[in-house]
Ligand binder design. Sequence first.
Ligand code: GDP
Length: 359
Amino acid sequence: GHIEDSFGIEESLSELAQLADTAGLTVVGSTYQKLATPNPRTYIGSGKVAEIKSSIHAFAVETVIFDDELSPGQLRNLEKAFGGDVRVCDRTALILDIFNQRAATHEAALQVALAQMEYQLPRLTKMWAHLERQAGGQVKGMGEKQIEVDKRILRTQIGVLKKELESVRKHRKQYRNRRISVPVPVVSLVGYTNAGKSTLLNQLTGANVLAEDQLFATLDPTTRRVQTKNGKEFLLTDTVGFIQKLPTTLVAAFRATLEEISESSLLVHVVDISHPLAEQQINAVNKVLSELDVSSIPKLMVWNKVDKASNPQKIKLEAEKREDIVCISALNGDGLDEFCNAVQENLKDSMVWVEALIP
Ligand code: GDP
């Protein structure tokens, strides 16, 4: 990667690996190169291209992901250089894939589709120019016409999507208050990518997922039912992770995938307290939350991975001083009872309300 921000190359690449994992890919390795300026043809230098190519053969690699945005030309040249069926993509395309998988509402799906089309629009042009060159100029002009046709089609689709989004939004605002609630409070996990949200979700609910439970059979895989020891229950839902280097073109799509959290009774902010940049990550998450319509929803902060921290005692003492923080280790189960108690405590009001609804 050609990255010069405070986040650092190693951190950015490990975040990219985590994103790839979230998208369902298995990461076999990563590498980087420091260049004064990126190679205009292949982004990386030819030696690096050869090095990656040999890894591709050694590990039967199917996808190569670049941390920075590649130009359409670089993307094509790299695919050609790596050969075979190797797919080359960049961070933006990977994040779009994840958003696509995670878009839970109709509105979010529309927003992601829109971002995908806007990402494609400039890439269309170069693709046709390339085909034209390949044909040795014999079809000169044809490519250009085709670009115009394709662009017009894409722009029309973008226009249709935008209109649809607008009407979905209007509709949602109108009907939000009339919606019938699920008769169980919904708790949303938010947090930086890799903080341990899905580990917590699985740890708390692994034994609780009942195949015959019709009410919850229709829930998406990122929402589970949690039953506490004293028989209370709540729905716990995972959200797509927050990340530092979110391309600006994707910010709207990201917000849309998060919008459903405004319907929840409690937000649980999961923090990887063992991470050297924990504070920056907390700030990044808070910044996005402050831009969403969630200020009235109670929040609970969870410091996770205490087992991995170099100074667990100090961390626990610090958390005790502040009432709104629970220390856990999602991996080995430490502190999960305390976590459930804290959730219940925070849900008290909505529990009363929920119980009053049930006949
Ligand atoms: P998410 O992106 O927030 O959903 O994070 P994951 O749940 O996928 O966890 C990211 C990584 O952190 C995984 O490798 C987990 O095994 C690890 N992890 C999660 N919780 C803990 C913990 O309490 N302690 C330690 N040591 N590792 C953890």
